[in-house]
Design a protein around this ligand. Structure first.
Ligand code: CO
Length: 505
């Protein structure tokens, strides 16, 4: 074994051990949100805190730093896009980010997050922003400290936070694609508002018994390619996907007897995340090549299956007869086109998580604009409700009745997740670009969907996206796969053509 091989083998072992510890934490978190009895929460918090500490200690071990330096100095890492160079690059990135943060700051952020989330839950219940204000203020201060510690180019602290979720992305780049998208979306939403056509959305709140809902949703998940031998779907209050490790990916959803959309499209969405996790190279567990490249790309996979496939007419040409058999009372008198229109209802609303495919991105932009100003110091936390309500009026023409339905609706800021929101809308843009490229490579996708053939698309995503892990940063991945740079145009083209047909614009 060469010196170089020895160093790399040792590095790999240390990284895998740290990843194993984290993945034990993932099992415990999954259990906490699905089956754990209520009284277990204090002990679970201790277990998770202990494991997180161990994992942090492992992943910041000075030995990793030494190995990285030696490997980097060797000049033998080969092709910059090769597995070896990528794994070293990504290990360096994680190591630097974690070791640059002083322990005091990490602990302070962790403590504050727990308390601030509790304060947020109570403030949201009472719809009283002032109860949350001191915590928001404190959290912004801590995240600004974090940005300073991690460092950033161009004097934009927000970039350091965004970079944690979307490596290599900058606020300027997000702004470049968001601005034209926002202008186009506002126009499209207004045109839809003026249309006299309206779907019969009441058909989606008829009675949908739970058991056939489970059968239909799990059947669809399996059909698009989620592997139930390497994963499962359970129930939780807030749907999520967690890739525990090779061969084990957990999804959750929630069922409601009078809402067809939430469980079915929730399962498609989480299955998209799950198919990505299941497509990562098993042998690279714990290394860069074995990890998803960014949250935005992760979200592109979920949105692609949920919206571009699951909300297409061709998908329902395939599945609607099965749905009618599963729910004869609710759907017996409904036509395919009525159903297709209903699941694509567009209307401005106050709540992000309930928003449709068109208005959703506006919810994200509003949050991006506000959090960027909070981090830069241009906006005082106390002024958030006023600015929020103003923007909701400007983008949606709606009046916010109270902060619960306004700036207190999302958990993110209370949990210290600043810089996270843009990844949702970036995901929609990546999804649109990837979907166009897939269509170019694979031919008529609608025809395949209408016959229930999803393998070609799933295989294409495995090949182009999943198996690469972190080989390419999101921006470059899109360029490599589609031949074009990140743009708002494919998304707006998709929305315009689909909704013009539905609403007769
Ligand atoms: Co998602």
């Amino acid at each position: 074994m060469s010196r170089m091989d020895e160093l790399y083998t040792e590095l790999t072992r240390l990284l895998r051990e740290a990843a194993l510890l984290s993945s034990c934490g993932s099992v415990l978190s999954w259990d906490e949100q699905t089956y754990m009895p209520k009284l277990g929460s204090a002990h679970r918090a201790e277990q998770l805190g202990f494991l997180a500490g161990l994992a942090h200690e492992r992943s910041t071990s000075p030995r990793i730093g030494e190995l990285l330096s030696e490997l980097e100095r060797s000049g033998e890492l080969g092709d910059a896009d090769g597995d070896l160079a990528v794994n070293v690059r990504e290990a360096r990135r994680t190591y630097d980010r974690q070791t640059k943060l002083p322990r005091r700051l990490v602990e302070e952020i962790s403590r504050t997050t727990t308390l601030s989330q509790q304060a947020w839950v109570a403030a949201r219940e009472d719809s009283n922003f002032n109860d949350f204000l001191p915590w928001l203020d404190k959290m912004i201060g801590l995240k600004r400290e974090e940005a300073q510690a991690v460092g950033f180019g161009d004097g934009v602290p927000y970039d350091a936070l965004l970079d944690d979720y979307e490596p290599g992305m900058t606020a300027a780049e997000v702004h470049r694609v968001f601005s034209p998208l926002r202008d186009e979306l506002v126009k499209l939403v207004a045109a839809i508002q003026h249309s006299s056509r309206r779907p019969h959305i009441e058909i989606l709140s008829r009675h949908y018994p739970k058991t056939p809902q489970i059968v239909l949703a799990e059947g669809a998940s399996k059909a698009i390619g989620f592997n139930f031998e390497a994963g499962r779907i359970d129930e939780s209050a807030h749907p999520f996907c967690t890739g525990i490790g090779p061969g084990d990916c957990r999804l959750t959803t929630r069922y409601s007897d009078h809402h067809f959309n939430s469980a079915f499209f929730g399962v498609l969405h989480e299955s998209g995340h799950g198919i990505y996790d299941q497509g990562l190279p098993v042998e690279s567990f714990g290394l860069g090549i074995g990890q998803a490249t960014s949250l935005g790309i992760h979200e592109s996979q979920s949105r692609l299956w949920e919206n571009f496939v699951g909300r297409s007419r061709s998908f329902w040409q395939y599945l609607f007869p099965t749905a009618q058999t599963a729910f004869p009372k609710a759907l017996g008198d409904v036509s395919l086109d009525e159903f297709y229109f209903a699941i694509n209802d567009v209307r401005p609303s106050l709540i992000r998580v309930e928003a449709d495919e068109v208005t959703y991105n506006l919810h994200i932009m509003l949050r991006f604009e506000i959090e960027q100003q909070l981090v830069s110091g241009d906006l005082k936390p106390a002024d958030v409700p006023g600015v929020w309500n103003e923007k909701v009026h400007k983008y949606f023409g709606l009046t916010v009745p109270n902060d619960s339905n306004g700036c207190l609706q999302d958990i993110h800021w209370s949990a210290g997740l600043l810089g996270y929101f843009p990844t949702y809308a970036l995901g929609n843009m990546y999804a649109a670009q990837l979907f166009v490229a897939a269509g170019r490579d694979l031919g008529n996708l609608d025809e395949a969907f209408s016959r229930g053939h999803f393998k070609p698309l799933k295989g294409w995503l495995n090949e182009k996206i999943h198996r690469h892990g972190k080989r390419f940063r999101a921006k470059r991945l899109v360029e490599v796969v589609t031949g074009e740079s990140l743009s708002h145009e494919p998304l707006i083209a998709h929305l315009r053509s689909k909704y013009s047909a539905l609403y007769g614009l």
